[in-house]
Design a protein around this ligand. Structure first.
Ligand code: FAD
Length: 381
């Protein structure tokens, strides 16, 4: 029986553990420094909106293509997962000087004039000129979802526990340290304890450490850095979800490396107003001047707020926040390798699944499917 230790309890770790635990021949344990319920600058998943706005290019779209049907199913059939349908409107700027992996940019593919995902996302349509919002040159609309991460992450934990996954809190200095948790057993009183006999022949470690992959011993991935996202959460409900990037000049400001979006979370989760995309910036504290810009742009643009005559001062702020997207130059790392066990007693397989930047939710099931394939390849060797 493969003994699988997933390191990380963000959306990547929990989704991966969920899919692996559906195979009853796997014994799955999650070990993490942060768990759902925590809010910490080094734990990205709770800070996300999160919605689905495809960001990959067509050749790299497998992760998003495979995830959308499952998120659609959860929104339709599983209300307790905290996901609901929302209309999304992608706004294209008149000028596109800075796109791609640059500060202030989400993705070239999202803002393409003829995006590949017009065949994936339901009700896709290009808006006629008279429906395009002021300041923008063109726009497209489709049905998407918004995930209330405060409901969805605990729901994933519950699904994992229902499948027998053991969850344990620990800080691992080195990825190989995860092997020590492969033999955990649940005791009759609910506590976990080491089973006797540490045999790592069938142990597989899954590395879902997100941003902290840049600091984890045995990984130390220097391609990983934060793409800082500042947000404001308000009580007002807004529809549709608008998105644009590099928006400073549209609002008569100096060219800004900032993005522009709103999404109303399911189940009374409030509306997230964003945001920033600041590469290499680790600052955990919200900047109130930035927050004021985010709110006033939204009040000046969103049809719901304009119709109600609301200004930025009228918006009912719940909280300010900052999350760090786990950006990785070269894209997500999804591959397996063998590494030395620390005690010098042979090697252990590690499957990496980290570096999802701003699309960790919308690619979660596709990437986790790939981990399941990689684990099957290892077990079959
Ligand atoms: P994390 O959530 O950071 O989890 C990492 C886990 O690894 C944690 O449990 C941590 O404790 C653990 N860990 C790390 N190192 C160690 C160690 N040494 N020992 C033990 N445990 C360790 N994505 C979307 O799809 N749609 C969106 O709309 C969206 N909006 C976003 C908005 C903002 C403002 C931000 C910041 C992000 C957004 N994202 C969105 C991106 C998404 O949030 C991330 O891609 C995703 O959360 C990354 O998840 P993860 O599990 O890889 O990392």
């Amino acid at each position: 029986m493969p003994k699988i230790v997933v390191v990380g309890a963000g959306v990547a770790g929990l989704t991966t553990a969920l899919l692996l635990s559906r195979d009853k021949s796997n014994k799955v344990t999650i070990v993490a420094r942060h768990m759902p319920g925590d809010y910490d600058i080094e734990y990205t998943s709770p800070w996300a909106g999160a919605n689905v706005l495809p960001m990959s290019d067509a050749p790299g779209s497998r992760w998003e293509r495979e995830t959308w049907p499952e998120l659609q199913r959860l929104a339709s059939e599983v209300p307790e997962a905290g996901i609901h349908f929302q209309k999304a409107m992608v706004l294209r700027r008149p000028k596109k000087p800075v796109t791609g992996d640059k500060p202030g940019s989400l993705s070239d593919a999202l803002f393409a004039d003829d995006p590949w995902f017009r065949d994936l996302m339901p009700d896709f349509r290009d808006l006629p000129a008279d429906e395009v919002l002021e300041g923008y040159s063109s726009a497209s609309e489709f049905t998407s979802v918004c995930i209330n991460t405060a409901l969805y992450l605990p729901w994933l934990v519950g699904q994992c526990r229902a499948n027998g996954v053991i969850l344990r809190r620990a800080v691992l200095p080195h990825i190989a340290d995860a092997a020590a948790y492969a033999n955990l057993q649940v005791q009759p009183d609910g506590a976990t304890a080491q089973a006797t006999g540490l045999d790592h022949k069938d142990t597989i470690i899954i590395n879902c450490t997100g941003l902290l992959a840049c600091r984890l011993g045995g990984v130390m991935d220097s391609a990983v850095q934060p793409a800082r996202g500042q947000i404001v959460v308000i009580r007002d409900e807004l529809s549709p979800m608008l998105t644009s990037d590099n928006v400073g000049d549209i609002y008569g400001e100096a060219p800004q490396t900032e993005i522009f979006y709103n999404m109303t979370r399911a189940g009374g989760g409030g509306t997230v107003i964003g945001g920033t995309y600041q590469l290499g910036n680790w600052d955990s504290q919200p900047d109130l001047n930035t927050a004021a810009r985010l709110l006033s742009r939204m009040a000046a643009t969103h049809p719901t707020l304009r119709a109600a005559g609301k200004t930025a001062a009228d918006l009912d702020v719940i909280r300010h926040g900052v999350g760090l997207r786990p950006y990785r130059s070269g894209g997500v790392r999804l591959e397996s390798e063998q590494i030395d066990l620390k005690e010098g007693s042979g090697k252990v397989w590690v499957v990496h699944n980290y570096g999802h930047s701003g699309w960790g939710y919308q690619g979660s099931y596709g990437c986790s499917n790939r981990v399941v394939e990689l684990v099957a390849e290892i077990v079959g060797k």
